[in-house]
Design a binder for this molecule. Sequence first.
Ligand code: AP5
Ligand code: MG
Length: 206
Amino acid sequence: MKNIVMLGAPGAGKGTHSALISAEYGVPHISTGDILRANIKEGTELGKLAESYIAKGALVPDEVVIGLVADRLAHPDAQNGYVLDGFPRTIAQAEALDKVARIDIAINIDVAFDVIIGRLSGRRVCSCGATCHVSALGGSEICPKCGKQLYIRDDDKPETVKARLEVYLKQTAPLIDYYKAKGVLVDIDACGTIKEDFEKIKKVLG
Ligand code: AP5
Ligand code: MG
């Protein structure tokens, strides 16, 4: 299986499609955002450091995230393909990744900014790891996967979303050209339903 990088703005659907790829192809879904949030919840040193950056919508320092991902990619389950969600997010992270991994494909989840705002403002998450959207919940606030109460992610407040989008444009969007130059970039127009967009991704992955 392939080593996949998911690119895209906050709320584009990286996590949603990474989870689907993981289930379909049996590769681990490695999300730096999820790892950092788990550390915040557990109150680890890493979590304490990450919390202040995430709350502002800023990026956690490169050296911290690079070390975290390098460790994760050394695990046995990542030796036969993986999907990286939310990493790399800067050119420095991409260059560091190139030193420890061969990326076969970078999927750019391309969504118009007004669509993104709708996706983030309606996002609900569950402690079981599930992500849903209010449009699919019919007024319920209960996780359809496990039955627990859903909640809104702390950094989905409108002012933090604005900061995250600005950081994306400045620091992460240049990665599109970085992977294009390497000949591994695939753009997915992802303004459809989750099912429609995932069909496009499956076609690309084969
Ligand atoms: P992270 O958790 O990676 O957040 P993000 O990049 O802002 O992306 P999101 O998780 O908000 O969006 P997504 O693209 O996964 O969308 P989703 O699938 O949920 O990072 C959080 C923070 O951690 C960063 O701000 C930073 O501080 C830090 N961090 C993480 N990695 C870092 C790194 N490498 N370096 C430095 N700092 C780092 O979908 C959104 C919603 O849309 C859902 O509700 C979904 O159900 C819905 N939806 C509706 N229709 C569709 C559709 N057709 N396709 C997909 N989703 C849809
Ligand atoms: Mg995500």
